[in-house]
Design a protein around this ligand. Structure first.
Ligand code: PLP
Length: 447
């Protein structure tokens, strides 16, 4: 139940919308038809009128343990009153070391050197720099080319945009930043409607070998992929695809970077996609669910070999890696992350995600009979539903996410793909409500 004073706030006057320029938002449309969130609890948001909105996307893949977790709020408050800020360069504080150890307990064996940032985009930039620094430290500084993939999303900083395979994200800014070449994406007609890893398409990984032949392995620093391409609609890797990328990277001395900003921390029912798919990269980026969305934070896990190579190449007493952020390992973010990892562990939430997956994916698959649905895909507690486009790509998705909000469901759409990522604490009945609401809206939109 809402407390009375909260209720009063929710029904209070709207703020002035003119000053905040919202990110990745159709601002003019938002001003005409605002979709406001005023409160959150568990698996629900509450809007301006106090109306309940089921959170079908765990915020923005950030909040698998559910909203407003008191343990996290208490930890942040205590931390701010104990040590609110510590300069992140040349000064340490206990929480960051504790957190790094806790993350190292989750990462694949040996990937236990952890660098902190504040967003997924920063994690990606950090990973690219680590790769360049590593090759340089080994006397192979000529390796400055990165291999990415069509339909990739790696954040919005210049490195991430160069890696990006999303046309609108690149068009306005040019292919600035590092040199990048792209492999084909992994969506294939033959795999339509597949839940779990599709059968067809492992040969798409051979694009990496073609790029090696074209550009020379001695010029390639790293191959960067989201194990599941999340933001462009949940493209699950075909069976054997990641294994093949691993094999080729090892053969040609190319680092394999998994961008696990979405897939990290249990989304696939395992700590990381690396464990879910049994393929160990050299570098893992992570963010989003690291603090259950309560504080901005990101991390990059690096193999011991890469870390030691960079560190040992520098003279004693000198900074080894010229990179970092004012808010790297912010004490409040560390406290939030430590409290979050405790919740994940104490409530066995990654196991729960794995157990809930079968029901979730079965319900997602049931949407295939709808006129508007052209494809469904999913793995773990992550799914994509393609909607038949209208006259302009993205218009159907835009309209759909607004109608879903009005119907009491928050989902992310990218272009015409709806992306569903429930909290790991969601009950079976809530998953059913999610799917039923989605179905209802899609039926209405088809009329
Ligand atoms: C795979 C991946 N990398 C990087 C990012 C960028 O993260 P942020 O928005 O925190 O900068 C995202 C965000 O969705 C992502 O999905």
């Amino acid at each position: 139940m809402l407390a009375m004073d909260t209720q009063a706030t929710i029904s209070g006057d709207r703020p002035d919308f003119s000053n905040h320029w919202m990110p990745f938002t159709a601002n003019r449309d938002f001003h005409r038809e605002p979709k406001m969130l005023c409160r959150a609890q568990g698996c629900h948001y509450y809007g301006e009128r106090g109306q309940q909105i089921l959170d079908g996307c765990s915020g923005l893949f950030t909040t698998p343990a559910g909203h407003a977790r008191a343990e996290i709020a208490d930890a942040v408050r205590d931390q701010l009153l104990t040590l609110d800020y510590a300069p992140s360069f040349t000064r340490g504080h206990p929480q960051s070391f504790r957190l790094a150890s806790s993350i190292a307990d989750l990462t694949p064996e040996g990937m236990d050197r952890i660098f902190f940032g504040n967003s997924g985009s920063e994690a990606v930039e950090t990973a690219l720099k680590v790769a360049l620094a590593y090759h340089r430290a080994r006397g192979e500084g000529g390796r400055d080319l990165f291999v990415s993939r069509e339909r990739a999303y790696h954040g919005v900083n210049f490195g991430g945009i160069a890696l990006s395979g999303m046309v609108p994200n690149r068009r306005a800014f040019g292919p600035a930043g590092p040199r990048v070449v792209h492999m084909r994406h992994t969506w294939l007609e033959q795999n339509r409607g597949t839940m779990g890893q599709p059968v067809h398409g492992s040969e798409l990984a051979d694009d990496l070998e073609r790029l090696v032949a074209l550009h020379g392995a001695e010029n390639i620093a790293a191959c960067v992929v989201e194990p599941i391409a999340g933001s462009t609609g949940v493209l699950v890797p075909p069976q054997g695809y990641l294994e093949r990328l691993r094999e080729l990277c090892t053969r040609y001395g190319i680092l394999l970077i998994f961008d696990e900003v979405i897939t990290g921390f249990g989304r696939l029912g395992h700590n990381y996609a690396a464990q879910a798919f049994g393929v160990t990269p050299d570098i893992i980026t992570m963010a989003k669910a690291i603090t259950n969305g309560a504080q901005p934070m990101a991390a990059v896990a690096v193999s011991r070999e890469i870390h030691d190579t960079i560190v040992d190449a520098a003279p004693e007493g000198q900074v080894e890696f010229f990179h970092g952020y004012t808010f790297s390992a912010h004490p409040a973010s560390c406290a939030a992350a430590l409290a979050t990892l405790n919740i994940y562990r104490n409530e066995s939430l990654f196991d729960r995600a794995r157990q809930m997956s079968a029901h979730f994916l079965e319900r997602i698959a049931s949407l295939q009979d709808l006129e508007l649905v052209t494809d469904v895909r999913g793995y773990g507690l992550l799914a994509g539903v393609d909607l038949a486009p209208l006259e302009r790509p993205g218009l159907r998705g835009h309209i759909a996410q607004k109608r879903m909000f009005d119907a009491g469901l928050h989902l992310k759409t990218t272009g015409d793909a709806a992306i569903i990522a429930p909290a790991f604490i969601m009950e079976t009945e809530q998953i059913d409500t999610l799917i039923d609401t989605l179905r209802g809206v899609l039926v209405e939109l088809a009329d």
